[in-house]
Design a protein around this ligand. Structure first.
Ligand code: ZN
Ligand code: ZN
Ligand code: FE
Length: 757
């Protein structure tokens, strides 16, 4: 008998606390401590009223945080005193759907150990059932239409649970208590196989065996997964992969490979401990890792590329496929290049007609497309290259609260981001907004944020480029808008992620961003913070003949930069002989359709093309990636690169660098050495500029952002060099350094602007 006086506390818990077994967890804690009261899901999160002695209540409160279930993520816990109630026991109350919304939805996660054990157990009623899940695993973000997270608001709405499933769902002691996607072979979704013409050819187990037979025969099978369709094909069958590439219009870009288990992954790639951790994590991203000799996969998987993108099965269906085929499968997002991933059965048959030989589908709907995430081990940490399934929409914690602001990103690798209180909600990867299908998903994803968070932003921040669809969308909305310079957004995103106020020296290296002077910026040293910036240094802006056409043809950029360095008396370099240079030189001289750019991506292109590398690229950054791979490691000596003052800023002389490269080519220097010296030259010049900025402005912290920092050699070289020079360096850790981080940066800048008003 407890002799302490009884108290009643109201406890509110926000964060990812719905659909992750949180209420039963609270229920068990309360029972174990003999507390009376109840726990309920509300739009504000989980609310508990608990009654008992103060020490027991305190102990209960501590356990809530300490012992939370694996998928839970606790934001804040608030508690207050209430008048005593008169209930006897502790009750679990049903959800309510009114009031303000602040609860969060979990990302989709891979099937858990407990479910996998049942899945593999011939006596279990869910033996080999492809839709097994529980409160600790399964789809979430991609099946939720609105909150609270309850079955009627998910794509599981149409499936009525059988008696056995309902019993699990109602039993607080069961692992499937209130598991919204709970189902079994008797009451849940089923597989079917649809032929190329859209006709069903097999159901359930037979659909699977027929799909396996076709995969083994080298056919291309579209497989409906968690966040969308994959195109699957035998990763050892070069001809089959070549057919997939031709049909998909994807000539050379590396394709992701799914392997049955970690042991197989180790046979294919050099895996360091952190990479293995990422590979086996609940988020199950694609992990980039160096190919091993004798890996046995077809060259066509990742031609000319030193790494494979590997992932492990995450949906139960993947286990059936990998186990059934018995070898690795190419599993690439099912779409035409640059379009978003397909999610709907009928839509897949339409859009993938002519690509897939058949479709392994099921009748659990996908509400929102979500591509596989992509990570790599760089600079001693796992870095995001594409943040999507398994990570979105987990919030990123900010240093301070502020107004609700929406950032809508730029154009390529678009994401949208909503700031709410002290959290930033960044969407999954939405793709290239030039594409109408991607623009549709962009609008849908903002709608989804609306459904999940009741957004009414005080401001919408967008890119300075007036023609981007995201900018145009922003201006059509009722809320006030703010145009944000691209590289300023990169800088602010890096600061926000690191919860660092600034000001800092931002070294932002990337492909293209619209500058206020109407040139295309891309290699910028900016001084500032979310509140503003000055342009301290940049590459010389040179003409890009044909704009986007030059992005596809690095030799054009090389020619233009050589012309800038030498004038009409071009040095005699071997690559020039392969091209018809006259028309391009005319474009450059007359400045016809040749915007000026300080792009870092284009500088890599030019150096690659001049030194015997790729003349035409088949995918983004291909020339730069191949140039970096050639280097093999860091260089000792860098090409000299002059810096001069002009227009109140420092200009990095591209001409001096191009001359150094041309001379090296003429003296017969190997391309690998040219690459090492080029990387080392960039590291040296940006370190020098950072030191100059420190001398003038007393700034000691550098933030690195922009897609070029996906280049491991440059990133690690600059990190080491800045470290030796005594700088503190901030990197992106949670978001990619490429344009996927812009929506966060824009939103943070928007907040700072509102504060000043
Ligand atoms: Zn599970
Ligand atoms: Zn059932
Ligand atoms: Fe960028």
């Amino acid at each position: 008998m407890d002799l302490m006086p009884t108290e009643r506390w109201k406890i509110s818990i926000s964060g990812i606390v719905q659909g992750v077994g949180f209420r039963p967890f609270v229920y068990r804690l309360a029972l174990a401590r003999g507390l009376a009261g109840f726990v309920a899901n509300t739009p504000e999160g989980v609310v508990v009223e608990a009654q008992g002695s103060a020490p027991r209540l305190r102990d209960f409160l501590a356990a809530l945080r300490r012992e939370a279930p694996p998928l839970a993520w606790i934001g804040e816990i608030g508690s207050s005193s209430l008048a005593l109630g008169d209930e006897e026991g502790f009750a679990l109350l049903p959800s309510t759907a009114s009031g303000p919304v602040s609860t969060l939805i979990s990302p989709d996660v891979a099937v858990c150990e407990a479910c996998l054990a049942e899945f593999l157990n011939p006596t279990d009623r869910r033996f080999r059932y492809p839709f097994i899940n529980c409160t600790n695993c399964g789809p979430r973000y991609t099946i939720v239409e609105r909150i609270p997270y309850d079955r009627p608001f998910t794509t599981m709405r149409g499936f009525v649970m059988c008696a056995a499933c309902q019993r699990e769902y109602d039993d607080p002691a069961d692992r499937r208590f209130h598991a919204q996607p709970n189902c079994c072979p008797d009451c849940g979704p089923q597989l079917s196989l649809v032929g190329a013409a859209g006709k069903r050819v097999a159901e359930r187990g037979e659909a699977l065996s027929e799909a396996l037979r076709r995969l083994a025969a080298g056919e291309i099978v579209a497989v409906k997964g968690i966040g969308g369709f994959h195109l699957a094909v035998d990763a050892a069958n070069g001809q089959a992969i070549e057919r997939l590439r031709q049909r998909k219009g994807r000539a050379a870009k590396p394709l992701a490979v799914m392997v049955a288990d970690l042991a197989t992954a180790r046979k294919l790639c050099q895996l360091e401990a952190l990479a293995e951790q990422a590979l086996t994590s609940q988020a199950r991203p694609i992990v980039l890792a160096a190919k091993k000799e004798g890996h046995g996969l077809a060259e066509e998987v990742a031609p000319g590329y030193a790494q494979f993108g590997l992932m492990l099965p995450y949906a139960p269906l993947h286990y059936l496929l990998l186990q059934g085929v018995g070898r690795p499968l190419v599993m690439t997002s099912a779409n035409l290049s640059d379009e978003p991933i397909c999610i709907d059965n009928d839509e897949a048959v339409l859009r993938l007609a002519g690509i897939a030989d058949c479709f392994l589908v099921h009748d659990r709907g996908i509400h929102l497309p979500c591509d596989d995430s992509l990570v790599a081990l760089q600079a001693g940490m796992i870095r995001q290259l594409r943040r999507s399934r398994g990570f979105a929409p987990k919030p990123i914690g900010l240093a301070a609260a502020g107004a609700m602001v929406l950032g809508v990103g730029a154009e390529l690798k678009n994401t949208v981001c909503l700031l709410k209180d002290k959290q930033a909600f960044c969407s999954q990867h939405l793709g290239d907004l030039k594409n109408l299908e991607a623009y549709r998903v962009f609008q849908q994803s903002i709608g989804q944020l609306g459904a999940l968070f009741e957004i009414s932003p005080a401001l919408i921040a967008h890119d300075l480029h007036p023609q981007y669809l995201s900018s145009r969308w922003a201006k059509e909305q009722k809320a006030p808008t703010l145009a944000v310079q691209h590289h300023h957004a990169h800088l602010a995103a890096c600061l926000a992620e690191n919860r660092y106020e600034g000001p800092v020296i931002g070294i932002i290296l990337d492909g293209a961003g619209y500058g206020p002077d109407q040139t295309i910026w891309g290699s910028e040293v900016l001084l500032g913070d979310a509140g503003g910036f000055t342009r301290f240094a940049a590459l010389e802006a040179l003409p890009l003949p044909g704009g986007d056409a030059a992005v596809r043809a690095p030799w054009r950029t090389a020619l233009s930069y050589l012309f800038a360095a030498y004038g009409a008396a071009l040095p005699d370099l071997p690559f020039l002989a392969a091209h018809e240079c006259g028309p391009i030189l005319t474009m450059v001289q007359k400045r016809l359709n040749s915007p000026l750019t300080s792009s870092c991506g284009r500088l890599f292109d030019a150096v690659a093309a001049m030194s015997g590398g790729r003349q035409i690229v088949q995918y983004e950054a291909q020339a730069a990636i191949e140039l970096m791979q050639l280097a093999g490691g860091p260089g000792e000596r860098g090409f000299p690169c002059e810096v001069y003052a002009e227009d109140d800023m420092l200009k990095i002389s591209v001409r001096s660098l191009i001359q150094a490269v041309a001379q090296a080519v003429q003296t017969g220097m190997r391309q690998s050495e040219i690459s090492r010296r080029f990387h080392a030259g960039l590291v040296a010049v940006f370190t020098r500029i950072a030191e100059e900025a420190r001398g003038r402005e007393k700034l000691k912290t550098v933030a690195l952002s922009g897609g070029v920092f996906q280049n491991r050699l440059l990133l690690e070289g600059l990190l080491a060099s800045l470290g030796r020079a005594g700088f503190k360096v901030l990197l992106h850790k949670k978001l990619p350094c490429n344009d996927a981080c812009l929506s966060l940066g824009q939103a943070v800048i928007g907040r700072a602007a509102l504060k000043k008003r």
